[in-house]
Write a protein that binds this ligand. Sequence first.
Ligand code: IMP
Length: 179
Amino acid sequence: MQPERDVDVLFSEATLAARVRELGAAIACDYSGKDLLLISVLKGSFVFTADLARAISVPLALEFLGLKSYGGEQSSTGVVQITSDLTRPIEGRDVLIVEDIVDTGLTMQYLQKNLATRNPRSLKLCTLLNKPARARVATTIDYLGFTIEDVFVVGYGLDWDERYRNLPYLGVVRQQGEV
Ligand code: IMP
């Protein structure tokens, strides 16, 4: 796929695939013999989840949870709404949240607290990206793809106003006026 004219490539398809394979191998090793349940946070992590799940060689189950974080176009306020909840209880399961990006950390803080009240046996977090420069709360990340600078990224499931989710790579949208 040709890069969009206004998006600079940050991580290519090949770079993403290699890192996702590594994450999958680490997760498979840690969850061998356990009751692994991936919870994919929609919409942003749908592509990452599809690739990660196939890179994990131990049995697992999959659930999706829709979240909407309120805020400006590019930042969250910590006001989070569950737009689509899990279909089953998670009590006693080894839950691994699969998220696209931890930015301020407010969305994950909300979700981790919410899921903890449902009594999983364990609750961990795998995020493709972390933007520590914007952290407003500390987030414990168990599996991390990449740490990135304070830039707004799109592609590989992530959007800007619902655009760019289908790009197979991760990129940075060039601001108007930049060449
Ligand atoms: P947080 O609550 O600030 O950590 O924001 C988490 C959510 O904001 C993520 O799950 C994304 O949906 C969205 N988000 C934060 N940074 C970016 C970005 O650089 N690109 C696309 N979405 C982002």
